[in-house]
Design a protein around this ligand. Sequence first.
Ligand code: WTA
Length: 663
Amino acid sequence: MSDLGANGETLEALLSEERRFPPPDDFAAEAVAQPGVYAAAAADPVAWWAEQARSLRWETPWETDLEWEPPFARWFVGGRLNASVNCVDRHVEAGLGARVAFHWVGEPEDDTRTITYAELHQMVCQAANALTELGVKTGDRVAIYVPMIPEAVVAMLACARLGAPHSVVFGGFSAEALAGRILDLGARTVITADGGFRRGAPSGLKVNVDQALEQCPEVQSVLVIRRTGQEVAWQEGRDLWWHELVDRQSPAHTPEAFDAEHPLYVMYTSGTTAKPKGILHTTGGYLTHVSVTHRLVFDVKPEEDVFWTAADIGWVTGHSYIVYGPLANGTTSVMYEGTPDAGGRDRWWRIVERYGVSILYTAPTTIRTLMKWGEELPASHDLSSLRVLGSVGEPINPEAWMWYRRNIGGNRCPIVDTWWQTETGGIMITPLPGVTTTKPGAAMAPFPGIGADVVDNHGVSVGNGQGGYLILTQPWPGMLRGIWGDPERYRETYWSRFPGRYFAGDGAKRDEDGDLWLLGRIDDVMNVSGHRISTTEVEHALVSHPGVVEAAVVGASDPTTGQAVVAFVTVRGEGPEGEAGRELVDDMRAHVASVIGPIAKPRQILLTPELPKTRSGKIMRRLLRDVAEHRELGDVTTLLDPTVVNMIDEKLRHAPQSEEEEP
Ligand code: WTA
């Protein structure tokens, strides 16, 4: 390990909190060109955000910057704009129609498309006309369940153009999960594809839609993109091919401007209860937040940069930093359909080389996977085009940070570790490249105009060198406006723990310099490969299996995926042994995949005659986590029967684990 550092430094030296990386001298960042950006924003955050909002195109200027009746915020009140015009039309009108919006790379080798802003404009107009023909009107919700293909972006922007809030459901969710979202939204239109590619093999999406719609009689139209060419079932009168309906539409469409607070989209995310929450984002504030963070956090220069967010469009990272942020800034992006190892474990580096990617944004779990594959792969490609590297989705461990810096960034690219959530809409805590002196593993400081603090149980700020709960202290433009259909739950979930302040659900630490380090979730939410999964939701799925009596789920730390789902299950009767036991466990894992999706499959399920409970009957998840992580067991004195947990511990040490790759 001693040769990890560029100058033969020891691992300890590299990882010490003393370790600092000042911005390179020759890094002329946009934020540097705005001296005093932090001070200006701190002096009057609302006015600073309003200044940023002026870089968008507004059809009607707003009257009031912010109306704040905690916890309900309205930004840029009275202003009117169209998100799709801001992302596409205005760039074409400014003479940038020939600029590439997306270098799209399909999973199969040599399956690529280049889409200019002019082409994107035409595609969005045609899709908006097609949706209008299907009867989609302002305010109607549209569910989108698609692979990572350009039509995914087109569908989102076409909805935005019509003021029809979209809800993109990640392709890794099951039919059951899709149905739940469609019903919660009351969507009557679904956009999907026949399927997508997953490590060379076509997987089905339309088939899941068909199954989901058995529970959703309100859905009137299903628009189907042909991606794989696989056979699909067809319901006449409901199902339509995208290429038949969209391609024959006029390439002209006159957009309408919508209120700044008009709903733009709903993105479902897991919370501490079994039912996912529909996080609502609106138009003007969200677009302001994602465009300015995209510009400053990644130092984007739209004339030169090639930006690549290696995430799925089905998550908020894809919404904010594949679609709305980059397009609002007129940036050229790479969009890649597949997994990092499709066509070889150097696939990413071939993409960086081929398109001259200058900014790469990805998740620590992927960085750790790339680490496992070895540094020879990136070393054998020319990555000199890279100049900024980003990380998102979970705490990045210092080793991964250092590996990323050295082997991908050539020791020259600033790394921005960006903390944010589906609920925050855009980046909240982050270094600024060219400005911030970074520390491996620290997200450092709130973005200009953002207020964050670390507090103790009573809501009192902790001092330097201490940890506590992360809270956000003032409204920000990209903040969620509510939970779809449930305003009370919005208040209760985020604003009641510390009244008037936003409770993020994350632990954080301030170091001796006052810089911020994120420590992960402190609630019942797991973070598996950067995906948020609720322990309660997985428990509910398990209990709906006919063989299961009771289930307790914990997130156990995992060297690659951050956390892994581990379940403890009691079954009817004695519970089968040996082969029969293994079959039952496989069946339970498949059951979870069918109720939620393959991403939620437990890595390990332990069948046990009993679960450790307190005298009042509460399952002691904390102890189960100790067991799952093979740690010394914590305090067992409140247990009804302390021997249960030792028995489980013993069993787990001898139980088989699933090594199956997650999707
Ligand atoms: C975690 C993804 C540490 C955190 C954009 C948060 C992070 C949850 C970081 C939100 C980071 C995200 N450092 N933890 N840089 N970024 N998280 O809603 O626990 O899918 O609450 O949004 O991911 O996940 P979500």
